[in-house]
Design a protein around this ligand. Structure first.
Ligand SMILES: *Cc1c(COP(=O)(O)O)cnc(C)c1O
Length: 366
């Protein structure tokens, strides 16, 4: 019996390469683009282990939970790590990065998360990239949550290792990811005796066995389903227009902020400044006396399709995440999310303006 997911013809090397080229177009990059056959943590970890080692001094910017993970990998590689942490309600500034270089001129690697779906902030990568370039350091960027929701431009911004995944604003599969690699980054890896080789984490293996051979033969069996899904999602973005997709996310974020303020009941945008708020997802702070995870659980019990989650770990009590990305970057998802949160706050005795919230969302959408 045939099945839509099974019995697929093999995915050719040329087809795989064409999908990589689609990612390169999306990122407007002339760097090498490798599609990696795993969730985005694969290239995120692979790129750090390939480029960093005992001789590395890394500036690790922490604006959410992923920055903490990157610092741990860097330390594990033997790098000297300088952490630059900012509160989750804001973004890091280029001036803070400049100060870090002034205090530690030996920094030769910078790791940064562009947008944080987990904390709802976004960082000014273009400005930070200019500072990193002035100092000649290698620039590593996690753009998993930003790609599709706002511009991600590794060449224009001087990013040497730019990692994306399709599962957030691209509305695609979680099982494949990609990394763009600059010439400088390849040189750094080649000179790193600790860079993984003959390993699933190895970027150099893919360079040798795939890129340097003109992408003629795949080193491993391609993950067909995920590759076809990635292709479909790239084609959908090209058809809708990347600008329109990004505008939808930006509008969803602005509408959620405006709607939450109009709703009242003690609900507030978690990220103070609108400019620091990520287009991919909006975080909200609950008033004291309300537990965010309970409010979210109540909303989801009423409608399990709402794109709501409580903050992770210690943030579960105070933070709500409205994950208005992909198919949920719509006026309907934002309206329904705020209405459900408003109903939960009203049940807890808070005064809310449901109609005001509805109008605020509608007018932000116009
Ligand atoms: C979602 C996301 C990832 C991917 O990680 P998951 O744990 O699989 O969700 C990586 N980095 C950032 C900044 C993300 O938001």
């Amino acid at each position: 019996m045939t099945h839509p997911f099974l019995d697929l013809p093999p995915l050719s090397a040329a087809h795989f390469a064409a999908i990589e080229d689609g990612v390169a177009r999306l990122l407007d990059t002339r760097q090498d683009v490798l599609v990696m056959q795993g969730e985005a943590l694969l290239p995120l970890e692979g790129a750090i282990r390939s480029a960093a080692g005992p001789g590395t001094t890394a500036l690790n910017v922490i604006t959410g939970p992923y920055g903490q993970t990157f610092g741990n990998w860097l330390r594990d590689c033997g790098a000297t790590v300088i952490d630059l942490s900012v509160p989750f309600h804001t973004a890091v500034s280029a001036a803070q990065v400049r100060e870090a270089f002034a205090a530690h001129p030996e920094i030769d690697f910078v790791s940064l998360v562009h947008a944080e779906a987990a904390t709802g902030n976004t960082n000014p990568v273009a400005e930070i990239g200019a500072v990193v370039r002035e100092h000649g350091a290698l620039f590593y960027l996690d753009a998993v949550a930003s790609v599709g929701a706002e511009p991600v431009l590794p060449d224009a911004w001087g990013v040497d290792l730019c990692v994306i995944g399709a599962q957030k604003a691209m509305g695609g599969p979680a099982g494949v990811s990609a990394v763009s690699v600059s010439e400088r980054a390849w040189a750094r890896m080649a000179a790193n005796p600790h860079a993984p080789r003959r390993s699933y984490l190895s970027l150099l293996d893919w360079k040798e066995r795939w890129l340097d051979g003109g992408r003629a033969a795949l080193p491993h069996a391609p993950a067909q389903l995920e590759m076809l899904a990635l292709q479909a999602c790239l084609e959908r973005i090209e058809a809708d227009g990347p600008q329109a997709v990004m505008r939808r996310h930006r509008t969803a974020a602005l509408a959620t902020r405006a709607g939450a303020v109009a709703l009242g009941g003690g609900l507030e945008p978690y990220v103070y400044e609108e400019a620091d708020a990520a287009p991919v997802a909006t975080t909200l702070r609950v008033p004291s006396g309300v537990v965010a995870s309970e409010l979210v659980a109540g909303a989801l019990a009423g409608d399990g399709t709402l794109p709501l989650a409580a903050g992770g770990g210690a943030l579960a009590a105070e933070m709500i995440r409205v994950n208005h990305y992909g198919v949920d970057a719509t006026v309907g998802a934002v309206q329904a999310s705020l209405a459900a949160l408003g109903a939960g706050l009203a049940e807890r005795g808070r005064t809310v303006d449901l109609e005001g919230a509805r109008r605020a969302v509608e007018s932000a959408w116009r």
